[in-house]
Write a protein that binds this ligand. Structure first.
Ligand code: FES
Length: 101
């Protein structure tokens, strides 16, 4: 695992998701209540892009079939999402975002 700079804190609006491609993996980054979270971008149901999902509190709803995930833990919360999403350690240092991957 290595820590990589992926972008700037200004890239990700509060309450929204943004996709980053890191080492060939699609990662969804969210900014919620001043904290940063990173989970696998591909929904565990059929691969919907979670970074495009609606965010309410710490829950993101998949834009394809409305499966829901906890942004903070990757836990799947409602069907049809069959399993949790992978989580990644993300941190902000100054204006830069770093991901452990
Ligand atoms: S692809 Fe996300 S709920 Fe189906």
């Amino acid at each position: 695992m290595s820590k990589q700079k992926i972008g700037s804190t200004s890239d990700v609006q509060e309450g929204k998701g943004k996709q980053y491609m890191v080492n060939g993996q699609s990662i969804a980054v969210f900014h919620v209540n001043g904290k940063w979270f990173a989970i696998g971008d591909k929904c565990t149901h059929r691969g919907g892009p979670l970074h495009q999902g609606e965010v309410e509190g710490t829950v993101v709803t998949c834009p394809w079939h409305a499966g829901q995930f906890d942004i903070t833990s990757g836990q799947n919360l409602s069907p049809p999402a069959p399993s949790k999403s992978q989580t990644y350690k993300i941190s902000a240092e100054g204006n830069e975002l770093f991901l452990d991957i």
